[in-house]
Design a protein around this ligand. Structure first.
Ligand code: ZN
Ligand code: ZN
Length: 128
């Protein structure tokens, strides 16, 4: 275990898995319950409405949405973590997801290719 300073309030605490101290975790959980409750009552609330009604950080609302802990209402959108385009589920918009998956596939492909080629001396023998 290591000592870290809380990302939110700066207090020193024993870091386990999160970047914020137990006190802030507790506050965050309370806020989460508040937001969840608000969304149950207001099915079409937007992020802005939640922020205004509850006086919570927009960042926090978006974090819960990205983590999949909160389900966005029909009208609720929040920015894609990559390009900022409004999305309603997950962390990224379909475009960015596609790009990311593409990059992963490219990496896999180039890795597979470099493995197929094998060590250099094989191709030197082919020359005979
Ligand atoms: Zn804290
Ligand atoms: Zn995006």
């Amino acid at each position: 275990m290591s000592i870290a300073s809380c990302k939110r309030c700066g207090r020193l605490f024993q870091k386990v898995t999160v970047d914020i101290c137990p006190e802030c975790v507790r506050k965050e959980e309370a806020t989460f319950e508040e937001i969840k409750h608000y969304l149950r009552l207001h099915e079409n609330a937007t992020v802005e409405e939640v922020v205004e009604a509850l006086g919570v950080d927009e960042e926090l609302v978006v974090k819960f949405l990205r983590d999949g802990r909160l389900i966005a209402s029909k009208k609720m959108t929040y920015p894609c973590a990559e390009c900022g385009k409004p999305i309603q589920t997950g962390k990224y918009c379909p475009d960015c997801l596609g790009k990311m998956l593409g990059t992963v596939n490219d990496l896999k492909e180039s890795l597979a290719k470099s493995q197929k080629k094998g060590p250099g001396y094989f191709s030197m023998r082919d020359d005979n």
